[in-house]
Design a protein around this ligand. Structure first.
Ligand SMILES: N[C@@H](CCC(=O)N[C@@H](CS)C(=O)NCC(=O)O)C(=O)O
Length: 348
């Protein structure tokens, strides 16, 4: 992950170290090449690597967590994509339980070929990635079709880029209205899909550089992340300090990678205004009621609630009323009524 402490850990520490080398030619070089800073970070990462190699990885989380509840969400509590899935599940009143994955050992997801979170499992299925999860479950809620049938609408394509193989689900922003929809509804659906993609490809990238913007903010984020995440006491202490340093630096890299403004708050505000323009005079982007774009935007934004970046956002834009409306909708599980309405409409 590029958006959360988990990013610092595991294989991502390699990226951090590579980043440190690159930064030797940049403004960050003064910081990174200073021995008083390098040593504690490298010691911390060194001890982490030794520690990780001594961990036993024998938990079969799939079996442990598959019994009572229909769906199990594998997540990092603070990851925006996971927050997005939780908001979706809560809004539609879907029954689920959570497995908080340890970002260091990731032993809870050893059984899974898909190496990221969030993913959702049931006895028969595994849904990988936040947008696929939302689209498949929304389709299931309104059509009541079998998940195995619904999954055929989201085929996986394999990409081979040199040695690297990756897999992409298709149509992840499509809810499959099996009965077909009229022209007006179709235009709305296209708009909804466009904004859902924007949340994943644009908006979400403004978050990390903003929550790790300064040393103070980076420590604030790490304090929260280590508090709610699944860490051992040893990892918690190690990550609080080394993670704050690493994420501060990674935040700067991400700022460049995603072409954010030098003052990253400006990018956060600009993109938020873009969203508010799409909402327009209506209470929601979906009109009188939230659509999937509202829900997804609310979900990722809720990942930074409590941070300075979020209070600044409330003070400098007028996102507050929309955010509050969404929060209430999710809390009240209003999606349950929406599904009933949609089902009644398709019967008539
Ligand atoms: N497109 C995926 C992105 C998920 C993602 O990037 N997850 C991060 C956590 S926020 C992750 O698991 N990264 C791998 C890791 O931390 O090892 C989605 O929408 O779910």
């Amino acid at each position: 992950m590029i958006r959360n402490v988990a990013f610092v850990l595991g294989r991502q520490s390699k990226i951090f170290i590579r980043g440190a080398h690159r930064a030797a030619n940049s403004k960050q070089s003064r910081f990174l090449t200073h021995k008083s800073v390098q040593l504690p970070i490298l010691t911390a990462f060194g001890s982490y690597i030794v520690y990780r190699s001594t961990q036993a990885n024998t938990v079969d989380a799939a079996e442990d967590h598959q019994n009572e509840s229909k769906w199990t969400l594998y997540q990092y509590a603070t990851c925006p994509f996971c927050c997005k899935v939780r908001s979706f599940l809560d809004y539609y009143g879907v029954d689920y339980e959570i497995v908080e994955v340890n970002p260091v050992s990731r032993k809870e997801i050893k059984f899974s070929e898909y190496r990221k979170v969030p993913f959702l499992t049931s006895k028969e299925h595994q849904l990988n990635g936040s947008s696929l999860i939302c689209s498949v479950l929304k389709t299931q809620l309104i059509t009541e079709s079998e998940v195995s049938k619904i999954l055929t609408y989201y085929p996986i394509l394999e990409n081979e880029d040199g040695k690297k193989k990756s897999f992409d689900y298709q149509n992840i922003y499509n809810v499959m209205y099996e009965t077909g929809i009229g022209k007006e509804a179709h235009d709305k659906v296209r708009d909804e899909m466009k904004w859902r993609r924007w949340v994943d490809e644009v908006f979400v990238h403004t978050l990390s550089p903003n929550i790790y913007r300064t040393w103070g903010e980076s420590l604030q984020a790490m304090e929260y992340i280590t508090k709610v995440g699944n860490f051992s006491d040893f990892e918690r202490t190690l990550i609080y300090y080394s993670g704050a340093v690493a994420m501060y630096l990674i935040g700067k890299r991400l700022k460049h990678r995603h072409h954010l403004r030098n003052e990253v708050r400006e990018s956060l505000y600009e993109e938020t205004y873009r969203w508010l323009k799409a909402v327009g005079k209506n209470p929601y982007q979906g009109g009188d009621q939230p659509n999937m774009a509202d829900l997804n935007m609310y979900g990722v934004l809720s990942a930074i609630e409590g941070y300075d970046a979020f209070s600044d956002l409330l003070q400098n834009t007028n996102i507050g009323p929309w955010y509050q409306r969404m929060k209430t909708k999710v809390k009240n599980k209003d999606g349950i009524q929406e599904v009933q309405r949609l089902k009644a409409m398709s019967r008539n």
